[in-house]
Design a protein around this ligand. Structure first.
Ligand code: F3S
Length: 755
């Protein structure tokens, strides 16, 4: 599938020199995470020892991966850059826009029709700009990346939070927003705060019912959903080496659930076996050539407390299977304690559905272990009590498990085979009866279990476990069932126990696939037309934003003074708006509708200074835009926290907001505003927030001398005829000031590309 061997050769050719230089600069042995980070500095050889958790650093990722929901805006923006091709190898994966309902045979054709224009756009834009395109049904982004593109020591960004899955193959792989992906594809550096490091030492060996999933379910219980924030989690020790590569992928995948920047493992024989089994012997040979650099220095793992910011130790010999949930992935309960926990909390114990697969757990090993449990239904005269569904991670996995007879075993227990896609994991599950919102329990091998995540029903209690445990629980239909100790009654009335799972790490006959669902991009895409209907509701080509007019900005209306929390969700809501992710004008109708207006404590109700009437924020702003009047948004602390969603910066820009003035910014959103050519300003004196009045008309003075570290002045012209000036700060560097002047970062890239 066209993994880029030349790129990998280049990364490896310089790896040892960069690692040695980093070791010298830092003056101590290095963790694997540090080696990969220092080997991917934008400026080449390391010359500075970065402070973890403090310093912002420019990196040069090797690859970009995008899923279909987030790829739309990333690629619409990329088209603005004026480049003939992406600067680094990139892929698009159609996995999020496929609803699971009646099974793959019905659901996939339906999705292809329903989202035809989005898929066609993604296919043509990929073809034109040299991007590998994985069609609907080809598989889930992270499984496909692990099977085809991930490589030890590499750095990748992806427009999905579970991009971190590729840590299973020894990468530093990080989830980002579309604007970051666009930058890297356009040949710009990618900025990240140098992460802190959490070391997890694994001793012993997995056995019986425990699986790699239980390692991360336990870690989630220890660290909680926030414990990994700003950190890379690095696993090491004999327990790590004894685990399969895909098992490592599962552990890294759910690092997203503890908020970790990413997770990773050092290169070992399990990775080599996986690379060879997935037709990448050449990568394995290259990795073997520098293998001492593709893991942490021995001294680091011998004395982890000295080199990591935090260390956790888990003995796999003693690890129990876990069931995490409901409603949060860090509520970790060992299976032996589930009966008491369920009783104490009043969780419904009848299991309605067991679901396996997803990007988290659909490796060959996962499926074969689940099959070893499912087989026992027939062998022991049992009946499966719950419904059972499977989302294979890729067509290669699906084809191989069909060839090996595993799908027949699942069929025997009444399983529904969904498309090789996200489906229930992202709420794309048209579950019969979900709208009744009845209290019920499901168990799944996915990663997230927040309320409504799977089926939209807030009363679905979802528990996360390994695929083998999910299968056992689906057979028993009972959350109280502990397969390690409890018996089931068979059709003869006898008591039987399920044998512990067993399976193959990799298929003994090798992987196979007939049509993987991959579209290679055109060698020369210059004649490829990207088709977007001008009447489409879901897609809209972008027009470049206008450059700065060269003067101070005067007469700006106050659009809203937002009070309290204003996250990217408040600025650009998700839910029903997701379908407009590729249509800037349509999605702009959600701009700031979740923000609370300081002056009336209401959401989506602001005073229109042209009419004196109160109305929705987007409509009010559209009125200003129609009159050619700019506006300003005022906010509170940590404005724009939550996600890297670029729509939260693009919508105000599109509708004519000129500046966002806040007490403080969430850094990613601040950068996104700058990239879109907006003014992101902060009060010098936070008390000045109180000086902003509802009918203010505001001037921004000092832009003709706009320079780094020089504050600007805001003149507040109040309705009573008085006016006052306040000092506002900004964090623009010289480059970012150029972005502002040009009307956005992409305008500069386009200008340079045209030279
Ligand atoms: Fe898809 Fe769920 Fe993974 S949404 S990418 S299967 S986390």
């Amino acid at each position: 599938m066209a993994f880029d061997i030349e790129m990998i050769k280049e990364v490896y050719a310089n790896f040892s020199t960069k690692v040695d230089a980093a070791r010298n600069i830092v003056g101590r042995p290095l963790t694997l995470s540090e080696k990969i980070l220092y080997a991917h500095l934008w400026d080449g050889n390391p010359t500075t020892a970065y402070k973890r958790g403090t310093d912002y650093v420019d990196f040069a990722p090797d690859r970009v991966a995008m899923q279909d929901a987030t790829a739309q805006m990333a690629l619409l923006q990329f088209m603005q850059a004026g480049r003939p091709k992406v600067a680094v190898p990139s892929t698009v994966h159609c996995d999020h826009l496929i609803t699971a309902k009646d099974g793959a045979a019905v659901d996939l054709p339906h999705a292809k029709t329903e989202s035809a224009e989005v898929f066609e756009f993604l296919s043509s834009v990929s073809n034109k700009y040299g991007i590998g395109f994985w069609k609907p049904g080809a598989g889930i982004i992270h499984q496909v990346v692990l099977e085809n593109y991930a490589f030890p020591g590499g750095m990748m960004i992806g427009t999905d939070s579970h991009t971190v899955n590729a840590g299973g193959l020894g990468m530093v792989a990080i989830g980002v927003g579309g604007a970051d992906a666009c930058d890297v594809m356009a040949g710009l550096p990618w900025e990240l705060k140098f992460p802190k490091l959490i070391g997890v030492k694994l001793t012993g060996k997995l056995n019986g019912w425990t699986s790699p999933k239980d390692v991360i379910l336990k870690v989630a219980g220890i660290l909680t959903v926030k414990g990994g924030t700003g950190a890379i989690v690095e696993y090491f020790g004999e327990g790590a080496r004894s685990m399969s590569c895909t098992g490592k992928g599962t552990i890294c995948n759910m690092g997203a659930e503890i908020g970790a920047t990413t997770s990773t493992f050092g290169y070992d024989e399990s990775m080599e076996r996986y690379l060879r089994a997935t037709n990448r012997a050449e990568v394995a040979d290259l990795a073997n050539g520098i293998k001492e650099h593709l893991t942490g220095d021995p001294e680091v793992y011998n004395n982890p407390e000295t080199y990591f910011d935090q260390v956790i130790e888990i003995n796999l010999d003693e690890l129990e299977p876990y069931l995490n949930g409901p409603f949060t992935p860090d509520l970790a309960t060992p299976i032996s304690q589930m009966k008491e926990a369920a009783a104490a909390n009043g969780w419904p114990t009848k299991i309605e559905v067991g679901l396996i697969g997803s990007c988290t757990n659909s490796s060959y090993e996962d499926i074969s272990r689940a099959v070893s449990i499912a087989k026992q239904v027939k062998e022991k005269g049992l009946v499966t009590k719950a419904e059972y569904c499977i989302n294979p991670g890729s067509e290669q996995i699906r084809y191989t498990i069909e060839r090996d007879g595993y799908l027949n075993v699942f069929e025997d227990i009444g399983a529904t085979l969904f498309t090789n896609a996200c489906g229930p994991c992202i709420g794309m599950w048209d579950r019969v009866g979900a709208e009744k919102q009845e209290k019920n329990t499901i168990v799944h091998s996915f990663n997230r279990n927040f309320a409504k995540r799977a089926d939209g029903n807030p009363n679905t209690f979802a528990f996360v476990a390994s695929p083998e445990l999910v299968t056992a629980l689906a057979i028993a239909g009972d959350l109280n069932f502990n397969p390690l100790t409890d018996k089931l009654i068979n059709d003869k009335g006898e008591e039987v126990m399920l044998d512990a799972p067993s399976g193959d790490e990799l298929p003994t006959k090798g992987f196979a696939v007939e049509d993987a669902g991959y579209q290679e991009p055109a060698k020369d895409g210059s004649n490829v037309q990207v088709i977007v209907s001008p009447t489409s509701h879901r897609l809209q080509l972008l027009d470049p934003f206008k450059p700065w007019e060269g003067t101070d900005l005067k007469g700006l209306k106050l659009l809203i003074k937002a009070k309290g929390k204003c996250t990217t969700d408040h600025i650009s809501m998700a839910g029903p708006w997701l379908k407009f992710r590729g249509h800037l004008d349509n999605i702009s109708n959600n701009m700031l509708i979740g923000a609370v207006n300081y002056f009336n404590d209401k959401t989506d109700s602001v005073k229109n200074q042209l009419t004196g009437e109160y109305g929705p924020v987007p409509a009010t702003q559209r009125d200003y835009k129609a009159e050619g009047i700019g506006s300003i948004v005022v906010g509170d602390e940590n404005y724009g926290e939550g996600s890297s969603r670029e729509h939260a910066a693009m919508e105000p820009r599109h509708l004519g907001v000129r500046a966002v003035l806040v007490k403080s910014f969430a850094r990613i959103h601040e950068t996104n505003l700058k990239k879109q050519g907006m003014l992101a300003l902060t009060f010098d004196n936070k008390e000045d927030y109180n000086k902003i009045l509802e009918d203010d008309v505001i001037d921004i003075i000092g832009l003709t001398e706009f320079s780094p570290n020089a504050p600007l002045t805001l003149v507040l012209n109040h309705a009573d005829g008085s006016s006052e000036s306040i000092k506002v700060n900004h964090s623009y560097n010289a480059q970012q000031i150029e972005w502002f002047k040009a009307g956005g970062a992409l305008n500069i890239i386009r200008r340079e590309a045209a030279k």
